[in-house]
Design a protein around this ligand. Structure first.
Ligand SMILES: *Cc1c(COP(=O)(O)O)cnc(C)c1O
Length: 464
């Protein structure tokens, strides 16, 4: 962000903060006349600075309409390109629940016709609750990944028995025995022998069966899906497309052995432009994917596979914003930034990826967005020196705080993974959480009290 630009008057502040831009997933964000961050849902406008004052900080704001819009668009792209290219397979979106299991995320996904993917018996338990509450259209499909404990397998069998279209994905040799007798469809996970451009594609990984092992399996009558997952936040379109091409070469061979195989599930990994720099788009990638799959299957003379995608982060990250108040300023001598802004929350606790994978966030002020500015680093409120956000040692542009005013800061795109990874270092309270929907706001997770946190650590009131 150029410092020179900052001084200009009457500038386009929306553009300055990289808001209002589709490719950055900020199309719904803007700046009000008095310099506050706003979010727009149709004709409703939310003044986020006012919400921070009303509900207090730290605060998470969830926008279910963003989840719905993104999923509707994604399904729309694939269906449109399948039609345009004459592709005969079907498209299935499966939401990977591990990305965010909160109710306010799952319900909007379901309302747009998203299927589910679960990773554990406990996630499947939530699916069971929804099924028993008759909250599902019975057409929904549920894929079960992850290592299968007996409890997990029992629950899968139970739900299949109740009529659910539930498909366990074989993850290791131990599962083959039990799942070859499974009465419904199954899938298998292949550990593709290809490297993708992502933090998570490790040199040695433990997921699924090797290509060689998968191709040496005896015929399985109920094998429907070949699944792979290259890792999250894949950096380039090329990696995604190379993955599909390589996977297809295995799919063709596998289908000869198991004629029931009809679906290629490419897992998750579609990235989010967290840093608001040029990035590949879902529209572009979906078009290329369908073209590639059509050409390859026509050439191989097999029917076009159904296509399943499990892009989680892509759908939900932009739907949540995390907000803090600056509670202290500290001068930094000789660094890229001039001051620490200490916030009333914690990166280690609330935005764990800041700490574990050095996640970059688009960080913008919630008020005083017209400046004047200062270069800062952020520090969390725990006593840990790692509890900080420095944008990789660079700096973040924030307002100089006017005397006697509160300054708030927003971290964008926090809807993926952060909630289930969150923790209680120094027993700080988790952010309170509200949803903003149809012009109204509502608390869905109250701020934790000393007592409610104490209970998590066994302090139930009997201190003897
Ligand atoms: C984590 C995971 C996903 C979701 O990945 P994203 O990067 O969030 O899209 C999908 N499928 C499987 C099997 C996963 O482990």
């Amino acid at each position: 962000m150029g410092k020179k630009k900052v001084k200009k008057q009457g500038k386009n502040w929306r553009k300055f903060w990289k808001l209002g831009i589709d490719e950055f997933n900020t199309q719904f964000l803007g700046v009000s006349k008095d310099g506050n961050l706003t979010a727009t849902e149709g004709y409703h406008v939310y003044d986020l600075s006012r919400l921070a004052i009303k509900y207090g900080t730290p605060l998470q704001i969830v926008f279910p309409f963003i989840i719905e819009d993104r999923l509707k668009d994604l399904i729309g792209y694939f269906q449109a390109y399948m039609k345009i290219y004459g592709y005969k397979g079907k498209f299935y979106y499966h939401y990977p629940m591990k990305v965010n299991q909160n109710k306010e995320f799952i319900l909007p996904i379901l309302s747009e016709g998203g299927n589910l993917e679960v990773t554990s018996a406990n996630e499947l338990w939530i699916v069971k609750k929804l099924w028993e509450g008759e909250k599902f259209n019975s057409k929904i499909r549920v894929l079960c990944n992850g290592p299968k404990t007996d409890q997990y397998l029992d629950l899968i069998e139970e739900l299949r028995g109740k009529g659910m279209n539930i498909i366990p994905i074989i993850e290791g040799w131990e599962e083959i025995d039990r799942l070859s007798k499974y009465k419904g469809d199954t899938g298998i996970r292949v550990d593709l022998d290809i490297k993708a451009d992502t933090h998570w594609d490790k040199k040695f990984d433990r997921f699924g069966l090797s290509e060689k092992d998968v191709l040496s399996l005896g015929k399985m009558k109920n094998l429907k899906i070949m699944h792979y997952h290259l890792g999250s936040q894949i950096k380039t379109q090329k990696s995604i497309l190379d993955g599909i091409k390589h996977a297809f070469s295995i799919y063709v061979q596998l289908q000869k052995i198991h004629p029931s195989l009809d679906t290629l599930d490419i897992g998750g990994g579609f990235g989010v432009p967290y840093e608001k720099k040029k990035f590949y788009t879902a529209k572009g990638v979906s078009s290329k994917m369908i073209k590639i799959l059509k050409n390859l299957s026509d050439k191989a003379g097999i029917r076009h596979p159904n296509l399943a995608v499990e892009w989680g982060q892509y759908i939900v990250a932009p739907s949540q914003i995390t907000i803090y108040k600056v509670i202290s300023k500290k001068y930094i001598p000789k660094a890229n930034a001039k001051a620490w802004y200490v916030i009333d929350g914690s990166f280690i606790n609330d935005l764990k990826d800041t700490w574990t994978i050095h996640q970059r966030w688009h960080t913008i002020p919630l008020n005083n967005m017209h400046g004047p500015f200062k270069t800062v680093w952020f520090a969390g409120s725990t006593c840990d020196s790692d509890d900080k956000y420095t944008a990789g040692g660079n700096y973040i542009l924030m307002p100089k705080i006017p005397e006697g005013e509160d300054q708030y800061v927003a971290f964008l795109d926090t809807g993926a993974y952060q909630d289930s990874l969150s923790s209680h270092h120094c027993l700080l309270s988790e952010p309170a959480k509200i949803i903003a929907s149809d012009g109204m706001t509502q608390i869905i997770r109250k701020r934790e009290t000393a007592e409610s946190i104490g209970k998590l650590f066994g302090w139930n009131g009997e201190h003897k």
